[in-house]
Design a protein around this ligand. Structure first.
Ligand code: NAD
Length: 336
């Protein structure tokens, strides 16, 4: 029995998470779900978007399965997602993007894993105004050797453990010679320890162009925080959009699994949100928990239903009237 903190989240969160939990429970994995709140829903109920009880639950279970959270706008509110990553030092953000046979896109055979540094760079939260009139602002991008080393190590270990052939580091060291230079140099040092994995370097702007022209040249990509944020949305677009991409946030002693997309308030409450991204995050979580058989069973069933394209939500097949819940039931049926 594995203990997992379950945060259903805001907007479409509860409906996609309930569908995903039903599929995980049907996969054969034994999960003891610890229900916790965060985000706008938590703020409305408890006066804080990240209650102590939620932090205590993750501190105990060390694994969280999280729905999207609506970011509250306005000074004084920090992103809860950034807060969770900082609290548990979830330094590696892993976002796999793979083509689906049943999802029509411009490219076939895309299979890219973005490994994004999750705690440093422009997301350290060091921002301020430099003038009383607030007409000059400064944001600091902090890069450390230790932070660079552990994320590049993670990418190479991931490549080795998952039978991947190549790691590409994406950077802007030609302009940001200190911060990005430190990241690139550290990546080169780490790469030298993995002679069995091909190593490539690309300047981020060229990498973006290559990615939308010849995505097949990318395998595992490792990069700093902001570049990873942007690149992983490009890879999402290559394989059919945000509704399909899972994300894992991995730290030394905790891990959090979620979809890459947000709470989609425009479609909340309509039972039309695509649950595949969170379900694929569930597959990543089962693998993390060592439940490999359940993970494969679940992944095969999701792929079967998506590739058949019948019992899928309207974003995948505009002619379909299948809802979020019904797509989940079709995936459970495909496992049996
Ligand atoms: P979004 O990802 O919620 O939505 C962008 C577009 O994609 C919308 O048109 C939406 O309907 C569609 N979409 C997203 N997920 C979908 C799904 N599963 N099925 C079908 N369509 C889907 O991005 P946004 O509108 O910029 O953000 C909404 C809120 O979510 C904001 O408050 C934002 O801060 C937050 N957010 C949270 C996370 C997170 O919790 N990890 C990530 C991104 C954004």
């Amino acid at each position: 029995m594995h203990n997992v903190t379950l945060i259903k989240g805001d907007g479409i969160g509860p409906s996609i998470m309930e569908a995903a939990v039903a599929v995980i429970d049907a996969s054969g994995a034994k999960i003891n779900w610890h229900l916790a709140e965060a985000g706008l829903t938590a703020f409305e109920q408890t006066g804080t978007p990240l209650p102590e009880a939620t932090l205590a639950s993750i501190a105990e279970t060390r694994v969280a399965f999280k729905g999207p959270l609506t970011t509250m706008v306005g000074e004084g509110f920090r992103s809860i997602n950034v807060e969770l990553r900082k609290t548990y030092d979830l330094y590696a953000n892993v976002r796999p993007a793979k083509s689906w046979n049943g999802v029509k896109t411009r490219f076939e055979n895309v299979d890219i894993v973005i490994v994004r540094e999750n705690t440093e760079g422009l997301y350290v939260g060091l921002e301020h105004y430099l003038s009383p009139k607030k007409d000059i602002a400064e944001s600091l991008a902090v890069i450390t050797r230790a932070g660079s080393e552990r994320i590049v190590e993670y990418a190479f270990k991931y490549a080795r453990d998952n039978q991947r052939k190549k790691v590409t580091v994406c950077h802007k060291a030609n302009i940001l010679k200190f911060s990005q230079g430190l990241f690139l140099n550290t990546a080169r040092e780490v790469a030298a320890k993995y002679p069995d994995i091909e190593f490539d370097e690309k300047i981020i702007d060229a990498a973006c162009m290559h990615m939308v022209m010849k995505p097949e040249q990318f395998d595992v990509v490792v990069t700093t925080n902001m570049f990873g944020d942007i690149l992983s949305d490009i890879t999402a677009g290559l394989v059919g959009g945000l509704g399909l991409i899972p994300g894992a946030n991995i730290g030394a002693d905790a891990a959090l699994f979620e979809a890459v997309h947000g709470s989609a308030p425009d479609i909340a409450g309509k039972n039309i949100a695509n649950p595949v991204a969170v379900m694929m995050a569930g597959v990543m979580m089962l693998n993390h928990l060592g439940e490999h058989e359940a993970a494969i069973r679940m992944q095969n069933a999701i792929e079967k239903v998506v590739n058949e394209g019948i019992y899928v939500t309207p974003d995948l097949n505009p002619a379909s009237t299948t809802g979020t819940k019904e797509m989940g039931l079709a995936i459970i049926a495909a496992m049996e």
